[in-house]
Design a protein around this ligand. Structure first.
Ligand SMILES: C[S@@+](CC[C@H](N)C(=O)[O-])C[C@H]1O[C@@H](n2cnc3c(N)ncnc32)[C@H](O)[C@@H]1O
Length: 361
């Protein structure tokens, strides 16, 4: 492996939008707490950044704050809606008249009944699933797509507040809501979704801004998207870490179902996850090596790559670095976890890794 010194740039210059805060996510593997560290490795002259696996959009948002033209992508629609709301959107916010629309009675109960039918008494009580259906039925009456994306992004976040761990891979939400000890630690377990939504709304509205550059949120498999993109200067890859919490569709099936409002899927297993799943290519050992090979080959026209990784994933770091080194000079940075917080799953004793790839001389 070739080692290479990368010149770190100074964080935050006069183009930064420092006063704009990203609404704090709760998402497995979110890089919210690592954003400053990652930002140091983005060269100043980079103009267009692709966040290829954008999840909660925390890194895309950091790049928007740095004044970059940001292309953000996640193959799950509910994540790409956060991207439409906070990355692509320059000025649309939710105002009082929008809230009146959203909180109106169900506009078509014969169609908008999915949450009540599938998820009542599993994650939420009937009153809440009926409220979710009514809200969802009214999203379509908002004036434009950015308001619709904001409404969905905020409600999906509100739902995650009501489940311990913020994901839907377990079915303990209602049991926890009945446990006073749990409620003492997280009062949202028993608070109405509407109250939580109203509390989050201002944070999201305040995070909408125009950085003066074109920003776009995509919702594609990254292997399909890469060949279609215009010029990109730097790509940030934060793929699922195979072998540890890689199955995002099982953890976040509920916001994905709510966003797509599928009527043509089966809802299976204890959690009522939708089936069939979309193909990721990055969540099984069988596929992942080939997916990385294809992704690196399709990224050869992008000068800089930054890859987030972890030393407990498959393939191991050396294998991944060898693959990247066929195309780029590679430099590795490590940030140890001391408190078992931050990365995918339980990370105590491991380190968060950045693989920084620059053009071959
Ligand atoms: C580790 S998370 C990204 C976390 C993100 N950096 C953040 O800060 O929130 C990996 C993401 O990859 C997405 N994903 C999985 N397979 C994908 C594919 N083939 N194309 C695009 N996105 C994919 C998942 O939905 C998940 O959101």
């Amino acid at each position: 492996m070739r080692q290479h010194t990368v010149i770190q740039h100074t964080l935050f210059d006069e183009h930064d939008f420092l006063n704009i805060r990203f609404p704090k996510p709760q998402y497995l593997g979110a890089k919210y707490i690592h954003c400053d560290w990652i930002a140091q490795w983005i060269p100043d002259d980079v103009k267009v950044v692709l966040d290829a696996f954008s999840g909660s959009q925390s890194v895309a948002f950091m790049c928007k704050r740095l004044g970059k033209s940001v292309l953000s992508n996640d193959f799950m629609k509910f994540n790409s809606e956060i991207g439409k709301a906070l990355i692509e959107n320059t000025h649309e916010i939710l105002e009082n008249e929008d809230l009146n629309i959203l909180f109106s009675p169900n506009s078509d109960p014969s169609y908008y009944n999915l949450m009540e039918n599938i998820f009542t008494d599993l994650f939420f009580i009937r009153e809440e699933t009926a409220f979710l259906d009514a809200f969802r039925s009214n999203v379509r009456f908002l004036e434009n797509d950015y308001k619709k994306s904001l409404a969905l992004a905020i409600m999906n976040r509100a739902m995650s507040r009501k489940v311990t761990m913020g994901h839907f891979g377990h079915t303990q939400a209602l049991a926890y809501a009945a446990n006073p000890e749990r409620v003492k630690r997280n009062r949202s377990l028993i608070r109405p979704l509407k109250t939580i939504f109203m509390e989050l709304k201002d944070d999201y509205n305040e995070a909408v801004f125009d950085n003066g550059e074109n920003c776009t949120s995509y919702n594609q498999n990254i292997l399909d998207l890469l060949p279609t993109l215009p010029k990109v200067d730097l790509v940030y890859f934060d793929p699922p870490y195979c072998d540890s919490h890689a199955d995002y569709q099982s953890f976040y099936h509920l916001p994905e179902t709510y966003t797509n409002y599928w009527k043509d899927k089966e809802f299976i297993n204890g959690t009522k996850r939708y089936s069939p799943k979309k193909v990721s290519g990055f969540d099984t050992k069988k596929e992942i090596i080939n997916s990385f090979k294809t992704m690196f080959s399709l990224s050869d026209n992008i000068p800089y790559w930054i890859i987030s990784y972890n030393d407990r994933s498959y393939p191991d770091i050396d294998t991944l670095v060898d693959m990247a080194a066929q195309y780029r000079q590679v430099h590795i940075e490590r940030k140890p976890y001391h408190y078992g917080r931050g990365g995918k799953g339980s990370v105590a004793g491991s380190s968060e890794v950045l693989i920084i790839c620059t053009p071959l001389n």
